[in-house]
Each structure stands twice: as structure tokens, then as C-alpha cells.
Design a protein around this ligand. Structure first.
Ligand SMILES: [Zn+2]
Ligand SMILES: [Zn+2]
Length: 78
């Protein structure tokens, strides 16, 4: 049994996510998103899609990136 590091739930189908050399244990994607997903600099929502990076800032979509940086940003996945 592995224990989710976000909610503490012990679950036999827990999974691992490796990022920046550290291994994280989660029982659900919801918990993984809670812990791993970057937060949009403009609207504050969790970025779970491709997101948009402008410099060192991260946004959920091109609209937010444009609003916050005034840069001509387009959705990368579009
Ligand atoms: Zn959990
Ligand atoms: Zn946003």
C-alpha cells in the first residue's frame, strides 16, 4: 500500500510521478494536480493542459497570457 502525499489516503492503486528528480506518490489525478500543476499567473486556476509560458511565467491559456503580459501569445496546441 502506498500513501498519497496530498490527502494521506492509502491506496493499492496509487501511482508515482517523477519530476525534477523527486518521486511523488498520489492516489488520484486530482491529488497529483493539486500538488504538481502550476497556477496561472493571471486567473489563478490550475494549469492542467499544455498551458502557455511567457518568460518565467505560466498561464492556463493564451488569453490569460495576453491579458497579463500584453504579448502576442497564441495557444501552442491550437
Ligand atoms: Zn490523494
Ligand atoms: Zn488563466
Amino acid at each position: 500500500m502506498e500513501k498519497c502525499e496530498v490527502c494521506g489516503n492509502e491506496y493499492d492503486k496509487a501511482f508515482f510521478v517523477e519530476a525534477a528528480g523527486a518521486r511523488h506518490t498520489f492516489d488520484s489525478f486530482e491529488c497529483a494536480i493539486q500538488k504538481m500543476a502550476p497556477v496561472c499567473e493571471h486567473c489563478g486556476c490550475k494549469v492542467v493542459g499544455h498551458g502557455v509560458e511567457v518568460g518565467d511565467k505560466f498561464f492556463c491559456c493564451a488569453h490569460c497570457a495576453r491579458m497579463a503580459t500584453k504579448a502576442d501569445v497564441r495557444d501552442r496546441a491550437a
